[in-house]
Design a protein around this ligand. Structure first.
Ligand SMILES: O=C(O)CCC(=O)C(=O)O
Ligand SMILES: [Fe+2]
Length: 294
C-alpha cells in the first residue's frame, strides 16, 4: 500500500514526466529528479506552515476551554448567524435532511462495517473513504453511494447557507458512540474520554465548516449524547440528535463543542468537514491508489 509520501513522490514523478519536453537540455531522469526535489521542498514548507497555524489554533482553544466552567445554564438550540470576515459563521439545524429510511440503512451498514475495527472506550470511527466504502457495501449494498450523496448534499447546503459559493470536502468520519463500551481484543483503551470540548479547526486548521448528520435518535436509540456548545463561561446550547437531522456550523473558535457522554445505547453520526481552500480537498489514498494516475 502506498504511504502518503510515496503517493506524493509518484504524483510528482508523473507530473514531471508530463511536463518534460523532448527538446530539453537535461535528460528525463535528471529533470524528474529535480522536479521531485522542488516539489518535496514546497510540500515541506507547507507542512511547516500548517503546523504553526495548528499550534495557534490549539493555544486559542486551550484558552477558551479554561474560561468555561464545568457547569453552565443550558438552553435549547437556536439557529445563529454571525459575521466573520467576508464569510458567515454560526449554526443551523435542518431536521429530516436525510430520510428516516436512509439514516437507518446507513446506520445498519455502519454498525456491521465496524465489526473487527478497534474501539477506544465507547468510540469507534471509520474514515469516509473507499476502503470504508467496501466495508459498507459489503454489509448493505449501495450504502457508500448513499453516504457520498449525503456528503454532496451537505456540501451544497453549507455552501448556500453560509454564503460560501465554493467549498471542498476535506474529510469525513462515521462514528459510533456507545455505552457500555465493548470489551475484547478490539478494545484499545477502555478509559478513553471522547466527550472533550474542542474546536474542529484546532484539530485540522483547514476546516472551515463542519456538518453532522445524525443516524440515531436521542431517547430512542441512546441516552445522554447531546451535542453541546459552550457559549460563554456559563452558557451551554444543546442539540438532541434525531436520525436524519443535519447540524452545520462554522469550524472556528465561535463553536467550541463536544458530544456528551452516551450513557446507554448506540449513537451514530456522519461527521463531515469542508474547506474553502481547494488545496486541502480530501484525497482518498485508502486503497493505495496513486491519485495522480487515475
Ligand atoms: O457527534 C457529535 O455530535 C460531535 C462530533 C464532533 O464534534 C467531531 O467529530 O468533531
Ligand atoms: Fe467536533
Amino acid at each position: 500500500m502506498f504511504s502518503q509520501l510515496e503517493a506524493l513522490i509518484a504524483n510528482l514523478e508523473a507530473e514531471a514526466r508530463a511536463a518534460y519536453d523532448d527538446g530539453n537540455a537535461v535528460s528525463l531522469a535528471s529533470f524528474v529528479d529535480s522536479f521531485v526535489a522542488r516539489g518535496l521542498e514546497e510540500a515541506t514548507r507547507r507542512a511547516v506552515e500548517a503546523k504553526a497555524e495548528h499550534q495557534v489554533w490549539q493555544a486559542a482553544q486551550a484558552e477558551l476551554i479554561a474560561e468555561c466552567a464545568d457547569e453552565g445554564t443550558e438552553r435549547e438550540f437556536q439557529a445563529l448567524t454571525t459575521e466573520c470576515g467576508e464569510l458567515r459563521c454560526g449554526r443551523v439545524v435542518e431536521r429530516n435532511f436525510a430520510s428516516p429510511d436512509d439514516a437507518a440503512r446507513l446506520r445498519g451498514a455502519a454498525d456491521a462495517a465496524m465489526d473487527g475495527l478497534y474501539h477506544q472506550g465507547g468510540s469507534t470511527s471509520m474514515a469516509l473513504d473507499a476502503a470504508t466504502g467496501l466495508r459498507l457495501d459489503d454489509a448493505v449494498p449501495g450504502t457508500f453511494d448513499l453516504a457520498t450523496t449525503i456528503l454532496e448534499r451537505a456540501r451544497d447546503f453549507v455552501s448556500s447557507h453560509f454564503g460560501a459559493p465554493r467549498i471542498y470536502a476535506a474529510g469525513g468520519l462515521i462514528t459510533r458512540l456507545e455505552a457500555p463500551p465493548r470489551q475484547g481484543p478490539f478494545q484499545l483503551n477502555a478509559s478513553h474520554v471522547y466527550w472533550k470540548p474542542h474546536v474542529d479547526k484546532a484539530n485540522i486548521a483547514a476546516y472551515d465548516y463542519s456538518a453532522l448528520v445524525y443516524l440515531s435518535t436521542h431517547a430512542r436509540d441512546f441516552q445522554g449524547g447531546a451535542l453541546e456548545f459552550f457559549d460563554g463561561p456559563n452558557t451551554r446550547t444543546l442539540v438532541h440528535p434525531e436520525a436524519g437531522m443535519l447540524i452545520a456550523f462554522s469550524s472556528g473558535l465561535d463553536n467550541l463543542h463536544r458530544a456528551r457522554r452516551v450513557t446507554l445505547g448506540s449513537r451514530f453520526v456522519l461527521a463531515l468537514w469542508f474547506t474553502l481552500d481547494p488545496a486541502h480537498t480530501f484525497v482518498d489514498t485508502s486503497l493505495g491508489l496513486n491519485p495522480g494516475s487515475r
